[in-house]
Write a protein that binds this ligand. Sequence first.
Ligand SMILES: O=C(O)C1=C[C@@H](OP(=O)(O)O)[C@@H](O)[C@H](O)C1
Ligand SMILES: C=C(OP(=O)(O)O)C(=O)O
Length: 408
Amino acid sequence: MNIKLHLSKVKNQKPVIQITGSKSESNRLLLLQALYPEIEIKNASNSDDSKVMIKALGSKSDTIDVHHAGTAMRFLTAYFSIQEGRSVTLCGSSRMHERPIQILVNALIQLGAKITYLENDGFPPLKIKGKALTKNKVTLKAHVSSQYISALLLIASKLENGLELTLEGEITSMPYIKMTLSLLDEIGIKSTFHKNRITIKPNNQALNTKTLTVESDWSSASYYYSIVALSDIDTEIRLTAYKARSLQGDSVLADIYKAFGVQTTFKNNTITLKKEAPASSYIKLDLNNSPDIAQTIAVTCLGLGLACQLSGLHTLKIKETDRLMALKNEIEKLGGHIQITEDSLQLEATNKINANINIATYQDHRMAMAFAPLALKTPIVIEEASVVSKSYPSFWDDLKHIGFKISK
Ligand SMILES: O=C(O)C1=C[C@@H](OP(=O)(O)O)[C@@H](O)[C@H](O)C1
Ligand SMILES: C=C(OP(=O)(O)O)C(=O)O
């Protein structure tokens, strides 16, 4: 369903929004909980991707459908590879069947796993016959998706001889690898990461019972950073529940949005975003470590009429959609001038945004959420608005709470 958005001003009572738990942290902890039931999880994400993960891990079926959830696809491929005696078909949405998985599958096969492709080589759906994996050394190309690496790390302590993983080439989305290692550390599984080699010892004993509280999702916070950046000086929005030391790479937003005049303060698990100054005139960023906020930042720049140069975007083409192409199409409809390459985008400064444009969302939650803040500049229509549930089901309700007018 399409929705029309309009917002003249954020409601001025300093609204507080409770954001659901990080889907990245949740999907890691859910998998670890399946391996180590001693773990208790608080503030887990209510996203579709986490619901898919919960359902898959609890399912006895021989066919598991992960829909659009990349983390579920990659993490469960590793998980089912070590479920001895179990045979499953792991499939997803039509887009999931276009998202590459060969690097992970090859690594698991090197460790002894039995995995075959049911349609196209290198892509889901997969047939996985679970067995004990006894080999422990594997080398993997690290520039395509960090999810392959996290998938192996999550099961590493359950491999008979642990894991010695060598990463080849430039490492993409590094904070997500560090998040995986930090969560393992929190539950008592130690690792070493020297140069390009990660080592984890086997652990087949029960862990000490442990409750972990998932921090709220920083990628979801990005849309509020954009809203505040596009608002008048002194506009404030509060978001909860965040931690002083985040495991999420997208917490870099607090630094990045200073250039847009947005200051972040942290108090009692709440962050306050406040527009304090005009934005800089030009934005140049390498987003290799935080690819999920690229769309948000590009649209903030468009809304503020700023030129920007974003690099490190080579993974965007294999996400929920080809995000570079999708951004180009929709920004051009709005009257923006944008050039894209395989791994970057360049936006020219524009001072006019076309009104009442229908923004296509390409089954990508982040397309819908990234363009919504533009309603502060001009009325805008978001097509297939329900896509947001992949990571942030209450997004539209929360926008209403801060004053957005939303009509069907
Ligand atoms: O491990 C994770 O939770 C994620 C890793 C990133 O993917 P890539 O490593 O494929 O860039 C990110 O884009 C995705 O939303 C979540
Ligand atoms: C890329 C994303 O998710 P995934 O790869 O897990 O589908 C995302 O949430 O932006």
